[in-house]
Each structure stands twice: as C-alpha cells, then as structure tokens.
Design a protein around this ligand. Structure first.
Ligand code: C2O
Ligand code: CU
Length: 537
C-alpha cells in the first residue's frame, strides 16, 4: 500500500530511464534479488566503493537467555577496499562503514522490514536527494540507490533511520550505525589506529521479561524523550574494554534517542578532547567533563601508560540538572520552579529507573596488557579556518529559531513539521553563509504552559561553527551543573541548547540545492514535529 509519503517521494524522484515522472510501474531490469528499485544507478557515476545494505528483522543475543528481536542492517561489499565494511555481527548495530575523503560511494539500500524506512547520513555533506529526507522513504521490497562523493573531512559520522514520525522507534530497534571518514591530513598525524582506535556507541534501552526491547510512546515519555533503564555500549550491556598500557583514540557517539550524558573518567583524569562531530579540533582541549547529547560525537585521547595490569577505570555519566521539569510546566508554569528544583521534579516524573541527570557508569576499562606504543599527543591537530560573522549573508540579522514545547507539541518558531511546507524564512540562497540563532527560552518570551527542556539541535548538510553561547539569568543553578562541559570549537552538526540558552552558529550552505532538514535530535521530539526543512536554492 502506498502512502502519501511515498507518493510525494515519487513526484520528486527523477526517473531518468523511464522518462515519466510519477510512474508507478518499473521496467523489469529494475529488479534485483526481488527488490524493486525506486531510482536508478547513474551511468555517469563511477563508484570507488559499492555496498549493498539490507534492512531486516533479526534476532541477536544482548542479555542472557532469550534473543532479542531487532531491526538489523547487514551489508555486502560489492566493490571497494578491504576494511570498508564491518557488519558488527551479533549486535543490532548497523555496519560500521569506513570511507576516505574523495571516494565516490554507491550504497544500495534494500528494505526487507515490515515498514517504510530510509537511512540518513548524519553529518555528511551530500546532495538533497541522497540525504535520506523522510520523503524518500521506501516500502518493504523496495531499493533506494544512494550515490555521493565523500566531501567531509576525517571524522566520526553516523547514519540512522529518518522515517516520517517513526524515527525514534526505528533507531531504537537498531537502525543506526557508524560512518568513519579518514583523510590524508588526519592520517599524517599518526594517531592511535587499528585496535587502538575504538568507536564506542552509547545507547540506552529497556527490556521486557522476555528480553525484548520495550518502547512505549505515551505522552509523558514523548515529551521528555525516551529514557531506557540500561546503558548499552556498542550494543552490549556491562561493556568492558580491555586496553594495553598505551594511548588510545576513543570515538564516543551518543546514539541514544533522548538521553544526554555528562561524560567523565571516574578517577578524576580530565577528558582530553581531540575531536567533535565534524572531526579533529585544531589542538587538544581538556575538560573536567563533557556533555554529549543525542547525535553528538566526541573524540577523546586517553593514555593508559603508567597504569598497572589489572587496573580498572570507569567512564561515567555524572549527575547534572537538565532543567527539564517533566510535567512541571504543564501543571503550573514557570512560576513554580523555585519551589522544587526542576531537576528533582524531572527525576520524580521520569519513567525510567535510570533518570536523566543521575550518576551512573557507562563502561569499564580494564588494563589487560603491557605494551609500548606511540604515546605522544600531537600539540597541533588539523587547522580549522574560523568562519567570520562579517561574511554571513545575514550578518546583521541572524535567522532566529525559537525552540518550544507546549501542550502536546514540540515546535520550531511555532511550527510543526510538514512535508513540502517551506516558508519564506526557510529559503536559503545557494552558496551562502548563514548566521543562525537557536533560542531556548533565552528571552523568557514564552509564557504559560511551557516545558523547559534541553534540545540538541541538528542541521543537515554542511558542518557549522559555534559563534557564541548566551545564558540568561533564569537558567540559574541548573546551568552551573553543565556549564564546563561544552566543546564550542571545531566543526559541529549538532549542538545542545539548554533551557534559558541562546546559541549562535555560522553555517555554510554550499554546493547543493534542495531540502535540508533542521530538527531536534531528541528523537521523540523530532517525531512529535520538532523538525523543519530549509530549501536551498
Ligand atoms: Cu541524525 Cu535528521 O538526523
Ligand atoms: Cu527537543
């Protein structure tokens, strides 16, 4: 059965080989392995890498006992260098894809799920019709062909389902994986690699008595965002990383639906940050802790030399006050905040046994082997040209996006997501630099039945730079518990906007015309409509 989503997508796809837009029949050559191609591979695109990805229902062993039913992406490398694809067999994680900047990539996505879906390449700068906008969702039995060149610099990117209204559920079921890009500049730094370059995908899940993933979407949960009872790292509970006595490059990815982490080493060692969403920083930076919101990535340097065999160390999420009030706002509005700490209220209202902002371990590190390694942290990583406000097309007039949660809706500038609904202020001239401000109740301009919530804002397309964070007095003590944990340097595609905060960014919109989304990466908020499209033209 075709839904409006698909009809809309069909209107937009160009059936070059058929020549009739909107055709619903396909020539016989367009079928492979029983899957029907909704778009054709281009004759002019010569891929360096070709991968077939199939989304399936699968059973994996996560907890002891019964296997867990998940949605698993499985890949097949058709052509390309060895090491491009790791299926993460035995876990629900989608394959880890390793690309080099400049590679031309063809990804053939087959949908064998009992639902519509589409994958989005989070953080990559690709053409609009290769970006996995929900309008391109494919049905069971259909194939979508992506073709793009890797234009991004080296970094830890990821990909996940972006199906309309069900992204949260689908990502939760397993439709998310890592996409790691390398380039010559990064390789020349000789950072720890192979076994010493470790991606760590942090997620939270809840299980029922039969070891099956539990996900409920009642209103309170959707307003707060889903919070699981258990932390999984790379798809495994009680994750232990055995290490050698040498330096490591750890790539931390928050692949959770809504949970925000306050990352810290439990022995007080500062976090040495070498990279963020869009790759390496100019030079390493130290933090007592770092906030990592859904969709964000963080690269950390950690040197275990000098530690004794058998030593243990934990990466924790420390206590913080997210300033999210659960149902508080709906009961009484802002006036009541002072009476009961917002975070305390939030925790009381939480549906999870592991409340947001509580203190808990994420993973354990065990020093297992003595080993000599290159343990010198480079003082300079990769140069980053700072974007200049004066070069923005709207330098004196930032595009302001007001974030709000009210009644049963999560809105951007008072609007909810609608396909094909670009408004005048959402049109952006091609090849322009834009100054954009996210306002999460900074001016206190919103009244009445509001909920204070942190919102991790994500923009598709090119990476951006953070110009400034402004915190209003009303953010108060809550903010103090997170204030030292924001990495504002480097290239970003997702930025956590705390209640009472206003963040200004500079974002280039180069090379590609078309629709590029901006939305909250709390996936429940996204599905509730806290998402819009920019039209670049
Ligand atoms: Cu990570 Cu629009 O998504
Ligand atoms: Cu949000």
């Amino acid at each position: 059965m075709k839904t409006t989503t698909n009809l809309q997508r069909r209107k937009l796809l160009k059936y070059a080989a058929i020549g009739i837009a909107g055709a619903v029949t396909y020539p016989s050559w367009a079928k492979t392995d029983g899957f029907t191609r909704v778009n054709a591979a281009s004759n002019y695109f010569l891929p360096d890498v070709e991968i077939e990805l199939t989304m399936n229902t699968a059973y994996v062993g996560i907890l002891k006992g019964e296997k867990t039913r998940v949605w698993k992406v499985t890949g097949k490398l058709i052509n390309g260098p060895e090491g491009t694809l790791d299926n993460n067999e035995g876990t629900y994680l989608a394959p880890t894809l390793r690309f080099k900047k400049g590679q031309k990539v063809r990804l053939i996505l087959n949908n064998n799920l009992p639902a519509q879906s589409i994958l989005h390449w989070h953080g990559l700068h690709v053409p609009a019709n290769m970006d996995g906008n929900p309008m391109y969702a494919i049905n069971h039995g259909e194939t979508y062909i992506y073709e793009f060149e890797i234009l991004n610099r080296a970094g830890t990117y990821f990909y996940h389902s972006h199906a309309h209204g069900v992204t949260a559920r689908q990502v939760y079921s397993g439709l998310a994986g890592l996409l790691i890009v390398s380039d010559d500049q990064e390789q020349a730094l000789n950072l720890p690699n192979a076994d010493y370059d470790v991606p760590l995908v942090i997620q939270d899940r809840s299980f029922d008595g039969q070891n099956q993933l539990a996900y409920s979407a009642h209103m309170m949960q959707r307003m707060q965002g889903f919070l699981g009872d258990q932390i999984l790292v790379n798809g495994q509970p009680d994750f232990v990383l055995p290490v050698s006595t040498r330096a490591y490059r750890l790539r931390l990815v928050n692949g959770s639906n809504s949970r925000i982490y306050k990352l810290a080493w439990d022995d007080g060692t500062p976090l040495t940050v070498i990279g963020v969403d869009g790759g390496l920083l100019e030079s390493p930076e130290q933090y007592p802790y770092v906030m990592l919101a859904p969709g964000e990535r963080l690269e950390v340097w950690m040197d275990f030399s000098g530690r004794a065999g058998g030593d243990e160390l934990k990466l924790r999420s420390l206590a913080f006050d997210a300033g999210s009030h659960g149902g508080m706002g709906m009961m009484g509005g802002r006036g009541h905040r002072g009476m009961m700490g917002g975070g305390m209220m939030g925790r009381m209202m939480s549906v999870s046994t592991l409340p947001l902002g509580s203190d808990y371990p994420l993973l354990k590190i065990k020093v297992a082997k003595k080993e000599q390694g290159h343990n010198t942290l480079p003082k300079v990583l990769t140069p980053i040209a700072a974007l200049q406000v004066k070069h923005a097309a709207n330098a004196g007039n930032p595009k302001t996006i007001a974030l709000s949660m009210q009644h049963m809706s999560a809105l951007l500038n008072g609007r909810s997501y609608k396909m094909d609904d670009v408004q005048a202020d959402e049109i952006i001239p091609l090849n322009s630099l834009q100054l954009i401000t996210f306002d999460n109740g900074f001016d206190g301009g919103m009244h009445g039945m509001m909920m204070d919530m942190p919102h991790p804002m994500h923009l598709h397309g090119e990476q951006f730079q953070i110009v400034k964070r402004e915190v209003s007095a009303r953010a108060g003590d809550n903010y103090a518990s997170v204030a030292s944990g924001f990495v504002n340097s480097g290239w970003k595609d997702t930025v956590l906007v705390m209640p009472g905060e206003k963040i200004t960014i500079l974002k280039p919109f180069n090379d590609f015309k078309g629709l590029f989304m901006y939305h909250c990466h709390n996936l429940e908020h996204e599905d509730m409509g806290m998402m819009r499209d920019f039209l670049v033209k």
